[in-house]
Ligand binder design. Sequence first.
Ligand SMILES: Cc1cc2nc3c(=O)[nH]c(=O)nc-3n(C[C@H](O)[C@H](O)[C@H](O)COP(=O)(O)O)c2cc1C
Length: 138
Amino acid sequence: MFFLVYLSSAVTWFSSKELNDLLNTCRQRNLEAHITGMLLYKDGNFMQVLEGEESAVRKLLARINADLRHRGLVVIDSGHTAQREFAQWGMGFVDLQGDTHALPPEYGEFLGTSLTDSSFSQNPEHCHKLLRMFRHID
Ligand SMILES: Cc1cc2nc3c(=O)[nH]c(=O)nc-3n(C[C@H](O)[C@H](O)[C@H](O)COP(=O)(O)O)c2cc1C
């Protein structure tokens, strides 16, 4: 199983409707391509993990990279794992600007940290740790 984690910044902040539209596209298309993962959004920045067959993930990344709704996409980590970490999701999604009471207590560690902060961009492990916190959130 191949995985890839990237960070990017929205060109203009996404409204809830825009995020919903984006998610609908992601969920439908990722299901067809057997891609799972998690998308986080906070203060105009995205963090996404994609997992699936390597060629399918790379093809999707190229499409996402060409999307004019965001910019500055940087791949933070990629590699192979024995199994999917986000198997139950087509594409999980958490809006971290939302009600933080609904977020796991461990999230407190990253509460004040922007997704594009160097503590994420220079530490892939922090990205994995954050993404994993939301593995079981519906
Ligand atoms: C932050 C971000 C994450 C995205 N994630 C996905 C995704 O996981 N799957 C997907 O199919 N499209 C995703 N998209 C949307 C694609 O960029 C693209 O708009 C969509 O796949 C439709 O592609 P098409 O217009 O070439 O058909 C994402 C876009 C953004 C801005």
